[in-house]
Each structure stands twice: as C-alpha cells, then as structure tokens.
Design a protein around this ligand. Structure first.
Ligand code: COA
Length: 174
C-alpha cells in the first residue's frame, strides 16, 4: 500500500453502513468505545449537510481507493479564539500501515488551508500508543494530561492532550 494513495474525501451514501458500524461494534472503536450510539445519526446527518458543517464534520479516509476509516473534527474553545479538535478511527484491517498518521496529517493540512484556526487539538488515552505516536509523527506536541477527564469502561480515566499550531512545522513524511 502506497501512502500517496491515502486520500480524504467527503462522505458518500455508500459509506453510511461502514460509519454506522463504528457506533455499534465496540471492537472497532477500541479504547474510544463509550457505549452504543444511535447509528441512525450517520444517515440523518449525511442527509442534512453531508457531514460537512460549520462547527464539525467528517471525511472518509481511503487507501488504494478503498474505505479505510474516517477522520472528524469539531470546534472547541471560545469566541474568536475557537480552534478545532480532531479524531480518527480506521477499520482494523487498515491499521499499523502508516495510514492513521498520513490521514491526520492530511486533515491538519486541510483545516489549516480552509479555516483560519491557529490551533488543532487531539486528545487520546494513555494506553493508545499508536495514536500518540501518530500525532507526534504529524508534528503535534504533548501539552499535558487531563486527569479523570473521561468516564469510560467503568472508570474515570486520564486524557492526554496534544496540540499543533499553524506556526508549527507539519511533518512532511510518515
Ligand atoms: C490510532 C490509529 C488512528 C493509528 O493509526 P495507524 O494507521 O494504525 O497507525 P500508524 O500505522 O500510522 O502508526 C503510527 C505509529 O504508531 C505505531 N503503532 C501502530 N500500531 C501500534 C500498536 N498497536 N501498538 C503500538 N504502536 C503502534 C507505529 O509503529 C507508528 O510508530 P513508528 O513509526 O514509531 O513505528 C488507528 O490504529 C485506529 O484507528 N485505532 C482505533 C481507533 C482509535 O484508537 N482512534 C484514536 C482515538 S483517540
């Protein structure tokens, strides 16, 4: 698999079944599983704005023209200083090949190109070594640990916060 074949594109109707699986199958979300979600929201939102809103959005990640997963973003912060928080989930068969790193790099390039934000943030779990490493490879800096910031799988858990500023250097290569 050539990483140059990794592309972000808008959600299409044919993607809705795959997206719904991330709401219904715990093993797909891994350490980001927070319980079942209304999988119908994927279709309703798609028919509302194609998952491309002013406040949040979602793009599909494809590799070799096949669906590998999705990336998402949402507004965070306050007033004129609002920034973007990003997330990603790949289907298990596409993990560990550099796609997660490349897709988040492409998403940051996209957000810096098409929004005026100064800052992009990503939070992940202490045990999610792959995501921490992927963010570091994109150019994110670990900024701190939010203690007991999420309730998941029966316990309060820490969240590690990473940040990338417009003025930081986006790493070019995986
Ligand atoms: C987290 C995720 C996006 C990472 O994407 P990926 O394509 O699997 O990761 P990459 O192949 O780009 O690898 C990035 C780095 O993590 C390392 N890595 C990959 N899988 C790993 C694993 N299971 N354990 C430890 N390190 C791992 C890679 O070796 C690489 O580091 P290196 O270059 O120093 O060797 C992907 O695994 C995923 O979708 N996981 C499930 C959902 C999830 O956790 N989303 C993030 C929620 S915060």
């Amino acid at each position: 698999m050539n990483l140059e074949s990794v592309v972000l594109r808008p959600v299409e109707e044919s993607d809705l079944e795959v997206l719904s699986r991330f709401d219904a199958e715990p093993e797909l979300a891994g350490s980001s599983w927070y319980g079942f979600r209304d999988a119908g929201r994927q279709r309703r939102r798609f028919h509302s704005d194609g998952w491309l809103g002013d406040e949040d959005g979602k793009l599909m990640v494809t590799a070799d023209a096949e669906v590998a997963g999705f990336v998402a973003w949402a507004s965070a912060g306050h007033g004129a200083g609002r920034y973007r928080s990003i997330g990603i989930a790949l289907l298990p068969g596409w993990r560990g090949q550099g796609i997660g790193t490349q897709a988040q790099r492409l998403l940051c390039q996209y957000l810096f190109a098409h929004t005026a934000v100064q800052r992009i943030e990503a939070g992940t779990q202490p045990e999610n070594v792959a995501e921490q490493r992927a963010l570091q490879k994109v150019g994110f800096t670990q900024e701190g640990v939010l203690r007991s910031a999420e309730f998941r799988d029966g316990a309060w858990r820490d969240v590690i916060v990473y940040g990338l500023l417009r003025s930081d250097r986006l790493a070019d290569q995986p």
